[in-house]
Design a binder for this molecule. Structure first.
Ligand code: DX5
Ligand code: ZN
Length: 223
């Protein structure tokens, strides 16, 4: 396998009045990238922040890799503004835009960002497999998107296993309820990009938790 283990903390459950400080702390403690959860109150029953906030964060953090997880009804609407805000990877849910996935991928790439495609727990893997050749990463949600701190859904692991078996060098991300207690299931299934919110933010030793998560995944890759 040629993929690398990467840990991308989600700042959703951090103290958002201290977004910059919290982000810097995560990066200093070994985060490989930042996973920024954008919600529009329509695709999911919650609201977070959009490109103006991401742009402010980027103005202070120049060199970290920013992934925006677009839990929005119209991902096509925010491509240019997120590119302008300095986003590196635009990961969007295919569910609300099934007829337009190709075109949205093309526009994201034209705007200079990497393409991530996300599916909810209830969405079959078949819905996304045909787009793998035009995507940089597939995100398998391990909770119903909308809120941090939910319970990890182990029944999503067969999707990860299938992807890894068929696409040895694909970046596969998991998101939702992932922490030291659930990381081994993700690692064994073959995920290499790990989003972890509550478990990292609330941990007493962020550095240790992040390196534990990364080592668990990297050992499974190297095995
Ligand atoms: C859920 C978000 C996740 C989530 C992760 O809708 O996409 O990124 O906040 O947080 P934890 O790890 O607490 O589930
Ligand atoms: Zn997320």
């Amino acid at each position: 396998m040629s993929v690398k283990a990467k840990i991308g903390p989600s700042i959703l459950n951090a103290d958002l009045s201290q977004l910059y400080e919290e982000s810097e702390k995560l990066l200093k403690n070994g985060a490989d990238y930042l996973h920024l959860d954008v919600m529009d109150g329509t695709f999911v029953p919650n609201l977070t922040f959009g490109h103006p906030v991401v742009k402010c964060l980027r103005s202070k953090i120049k060199d970290a890799f920013f992934e925006t997880h677009m839990m929005v009804q119209r991902p096509q609407q925010w491509i240019e503004s997120m590119a302008d805000a300095g986003v590196d990877q635009y990961t969007f849910h295919i569910e609300p835009v099934l007829d337009d996935v190709d075109e949205i991928c093309r526009k994201v790439r034209e705007a200079g960002m990497k393409v991530g495609l996300a599916i909810k727990p209830g969405t079959d893997l078949e819905a996304v497999t045909k787009y793998i050749p035009i995507a940089d990463m597939i995100l398998i949600m391990t909770v119903e998107p909308g809120f941090g701190g939910q319970k990890f859904m182990a029944n999503q692991m067969p999707k990860v296993e299938w992807l890894r078996k068929n696409y040895p060098s694909l970046d596969i991300e998991v998101d939702g309820g992932v922490g030291p207690e659930t990381i081994h299931q993700c690692a064994k299934a073959g995920a290499n990009m790990i989003v972890s919110g509550t478990a990292v933010i609330r941990s007493e030793n962020q550095k240790e938790t992040i390196s534990y998560l990364r080592n668990s995944v990297q050992s499974a890759i190297d095995a």
